[in-house]
Design a protein around this ligand. Structure first.
Ligand code: PLP
Length: 448
């Protein structure tokens, strides 16, 4: 069997898969942050095409030709059989990974960034505003805006802006304007800076600033890189490609594993398989992995909560640690969101997927095993999923089963080498579950 399983550009899927009509129970509606009445995505913030996609009951949505043309810069992405990792572990398991690190931004995020930039452009929008934590989403949107001819303004969490300049430089290389958040460019930012000029910022605050930027401006819309239904749908090209590639390998996964921040790369790979589970009765174990410093699915309640700190974005029914929760500064910046996709949350609630939480030292240990066997240095986020893959492969060793395991390798870790440096020199700290901070934040729930 080949190490790489590749598809031609002609074999690239032509539609995104929408899991919503296949869900066993209806998805609770979004609520308006002020009236708390059921609402749609607010059109002043999003283009109508995406407002509609957020609510669509169509099982498939065609990928526009212009989006497909740009996808061809890096798609179809490769699937690998992890022969060397299997050997290093001495496991009878067959391990595969779908690698999204081949995109220009180095992660899965351009799959939705390009689609979002396209629909905005089509409706005459000139400029997109967004937030970014460590810079992965910001760089994906900067790339997409550049390719579509839109301006891009990124509010970057100040702690990352100061500590990790390379993602900012990448965004600026693609022509985006990047400011540290909280910033003097919004009222909310100014109010926080007045209290603390060195405020380190958070994802929730940066979201609030980007929303405030876009809301009053006719030429500007807001763009979100995860959590929302349309974002997860755009990522399903990953899983549809993966299915074709697994078919070529003549195998079907017993276990599908991904990491979850807001849930988009996990959804991208897993939803087309969950479709088989729900509609064809396929027996697959589907595992979502998160940091134990931000254990949304494993420790949070399933409740309506605000998506952002300033309470401007719609209220969402989801697993949440509370909208004021700021997790410890773990290196997996993309997994530090207090909430979770409403669809992924519902799947967890219904027992269709399972969740696991890991401390970061164990995660980096797993990343090292992967880098030293497969060569690719994984980002800290998917390294949480690698930890689960290794655990499952070890389990196969004990039971003697030769299970097929499929991993979502959402991105490379070339901008995270500082974190690897800390780990290799023994300085990396474990942050345990921040029980008191979570309890504090959960006091504000339920909000309705
Ligand atoms: C942003 C990011 C994540 C987390 O976001 P999801 O929406 O949960 O996928 C995971 N991996 C990488 C490489 C990322 O950039």
């Amino acid at each position: 069997m080949d190490t790489k399983i590749l598809l031609t550009e002609k074999e690239m899927p032509t539609s995104w898969y929408n899991i919503v009509p296949d869900l066993p129970v209806p998805l609770p509606p979004l609520l308006h942050p002020a009236t708390k009445e059921p609402t749609i995505l607010p059109p002043p913030l999003f283009p109508m095409a995406l407002v509609k996609q957020e609510d669509t009951k169509d099982p498939y949505v065609e990928i526009p030709d212009e989006v497909r043309d740009i996808y061809k810069l890096w798609r179809p992405t490769p699937m690998y059989r992890a022969f060397r990792l299997e050997k290093a572990l001495g496991t009878p398991a067959k391990i595969f990974y779908k690698y999204e690190g081949v995109s220009p931004a180095g992660s899965h995020k351009p799959n939705t960034a390009v689609a979002q930039a396209y629909y905005n452009k089509k409706e005459g929008v000139k400029r997109l505003a967004t937030e970014t934590g460590a810079g992965q989403w910001g760089s994906a949107l900067a790339l997409a805006c550049n390719l579509m001819g839109l301006e891009c303004k990124v509010y970057m969490v100040r702690a990352s802006y100061n500590q990790k300049p390379y993602r900012r430089i990448m965004m600026e290389t693609w022509g985006a304007k990047v400011v540290p958040s909280p910033s003097p460019d919004t009222e909310f930012g100014r109010s926080l800076l007045a209290k603390d000029p060195n405020h380190p910022g958070s994802l929730g605050i940066a979201i609030s600033e980007a929303v405030e930027d876009a809301f009053p401006r006719e030429d500007t819309r807001y763009s979100l890189g995860s959590v929302l239904n349309h974002v997860l749908m755009h990522q399903t090209i990953i899983g549809q490609e993966a299915k074709k590639q697994m078919d070529k390998a003549g195998l079907y996964p017993d276990i599908v594993i991904g990491c979850v921040g807001g849930g988009s790369n996990f959804a991208g790979l897993a939803f087309p398989y969950i479709q088989d589970k729900l509609k064809k009765g396929k027996k697959i174990k589907i595992i979502a992995c998160e940091p134990d410093a931000c254990p949304t699915l494993t420790k949070g309640p399933y409740a309506y909560d605000f998506g952002d700190t300033a309470k401007m974005a719609p209220i969402v029914k989801m697993y949440t640690l509370g909208h004021t929760f700021v997790p410890p500064a773990i290196h997996a910046g993309g997994l530090r969101y207090h909430g979770m996709s409403p669809i992924v949350s519902l799947l967890q609630k219904e027992g269709i997927i399972e969740a696991r939480a890991y401390p970061q030292k164990a995660v980096f240990q797993a990343a090292l095993i992967f880098a030293r066997s497969e060569g690719i240095i994984p980002a800290p986020e998917p390294s949480h999923a690698i930890k689960a893959v290794i655990d499952e492969a070890e389990e196969c060793k004990h039971t003697g089963e030769s299970k097929t395991i499929l991993l979502a390798l959402s991105g490379h870790g070339h901008f995270d080498l500082g974190a690897y440096d800390s780990f290799l020199s023994g300085k990396l700290e474990d942050y345990a579950y921040p029980k008191e901070k979570v309890e504090e934040a959960l006091k504000l729930l339920p909000i309705i």
